[in-house]
Design a protein around this ligand. Structure first.
Ligand code: GTP
Ligand code: MG
Length: 419
């Protein structure tokens, strides 16, 4: 039920639905944790040898739950919405992520720039730092150029992961628990199969950053075929980036757009089969210029007047990027709520009902134990009563016989005296 002070769902941004759901499920698990601990304490306090209302196995089951609940709460705290970006080298993956984060965070440039996986996530204390895989050492980064330098000189495996923690207060996506993962070009690494196992299985959304100046390559397509073999119906968006280049050729822009759109849709619909209809697939294809969006946002951040309008069609490309972001956020949040929280909910319900069953069993057993004790006591009282009566009778008889005896003796004595 909605908590006091939280505005109705329809006024929330899609990402907030995930954040709110996480808060609610977290507080529910707080209650579950209290419930199972209290249940365990109660069952522990029973002296089962004197009062066998439950067997030891059931008690152990309940006593193991607090740890299990703690484990779930830890996973829950780490749960986030995750999006992975793939595409050929230089298509603009890093630039797209930077545009979405509203700042130049990831290194980008000509040639093969990103040489390992870079995961951007929000840092709680609003510090900027990075962490290499399998270490807990924080390397602080003050600026993007420093980040580039910090990564340079490291001989990093293309499969390696560098986590970049960026101040959450600088970007809505990071503040709302979104994690964005940048990858090296699919065309430059021979080990893409490992990528899927390592980075894709917990991803909620995939974005293909394609190059609008060319067309989707076999390498890019093949990679996504493998992704969709491993995950059932992944959410795939296609960004035809560098669409600003189309402004140079206004005479064929509509034709090129239609060609890309048809090919993209047929890839999603007929090859990957991840969407059910043409209109659904069409909703997932966009023509954008990440560089323009990034430049505009950086200028806005500096308080300067955006100067992106010089290239023909700039405004509509900018709107299309925003449209992408809206649909992306909705899809990301809905999927993450379903895939991440549904499991926890089911586990929570199972734990609570198991504890309830065991407590109910204890209650039933205690009731019948009490009834049998009462029955035992009644039988004992009956026997006591009977014995008492017998004693009475016996006493009466003995008394009577003694009286007779005394009478006899008296009689004999009287007789003897008179003789
Ligand atoms: P790798 O990390 O090497 O795989 O490349 P990437 O896909 O991350 O590309 P990156 O973001 O580094 O961009 C490559 C170059 O393309 C950079 O010089 C960008 O400025 C430029 N670029 C990115 N997006 C656009 C765009 O929309 N239009 C134009 N004209 N250039 C772009
Ligand atoms: Mg890159």
């Amino acid at each position: 039920s909605p908590k006091v002070g939280v505005s109705p769902r329809e006024h929330l941004s899609p990402l907030k639905i995930f954040v709110l759901a996480k808060k609610e499920i977290n507080s529910t698990f707080g209650d579950i944790s209290k419930y199972v601990s209290e249940g365990g304490e109660f069952l522990s306090s029973l002296e089962l040898d004197k009062m066998p209302v439950i067997d030891n196995a059931d008690r152990e089951t309940v006593l193991a739950f607090p740890d299990k609940v703690r484990g779930i709460r830890e996973v829950l705290a780490r749960d986030h919405m995750k999006c992975v970006f793939f595409g050929r080298t230089s298509n603009g993956k890093s630039t797209v992520i930077n545009a979405m984060l509203q700042d130049k965070i990831l290194p980008s440039g000509l040639g093969h720039t990103t040489n390992c996986f870079l995961q951007v996530e929000g840092s709680k204390n609003n510090e900027a730092y990075l962490m290499l895989e399998n270490t807990s050492e924080k390397r602080s980064v003050e600026s993007v150029s420093q980040l580039g330098n910090a990564l340079h000189g490291e001989s990093l495996d293309p499969n390696a992961l560098v986590r970049i923690f960026w101040p959450s207060n600088k970007c809505n996506l990071l503040r709302d628990d979104v994690v964005l993962l940048d990858s090296p070009g699919v065309d430059v690494s021979p080990n893409v199969d490992d990528w899927i196992d390592k980075y894709c299985l917990d991803a909620d959304v995939f974005v293909i950053v394609a190059n609008a100046e060319s067309t989707l390559t076999t390498t890019e397509k093949k990679f996504f075929h493998k992704v969709s073999e491993r995950l059932s119906k992944p959410n795939v968006f296609i960004l035809n980036n560098r669409w600003d280049a189309s402004a140079n050729e206004p005479e064929c822009i509509d034709k090129v757009r239609k060609q890309h759109l048809d090919r993209n849709i047929s890839f999603l619909l007929e090859e990957l089969k991840v969407y059910g209809s043409r209109s659904q697939a069409e909703e997932r294809v966009f023509f954008v210029s990440a560089r323009e969006v990034l430049n505009t946002r950086i200028q806005k951040l500096k308080g300067e007047q955006p100067s992106g309008g010089q290239i023909e069609g700039y405004q509509s490309r900018y709107f299309e990027f925003e449209d992408f972001e809206r649909k992306f956020e909705k899809c990301l949040s809905e999927t993450a709520v379903k895939t991440k929280f549904q499991q926890h909910c089911e586990r929570g319900v199972k734990i609570v009902s198991e504890v309830m069953q065991i407590m109910d069993k204890a209650f039933q057993n205690a009731t019948s134990l009490r009834e049998s004790k009462i029955a035992d006591r009644n039988e004992y009282l009956d026997r006591l009563e009977f014995t008492k009566m017998q004693m009475h009778e016996l006493t009466d008889e003995v008394k009577h016989r003694i009286e007779q005896l005394v009478e006899q003796v008296e009689c004999q004595v009287t007789q003897a005296l008179s003789e």
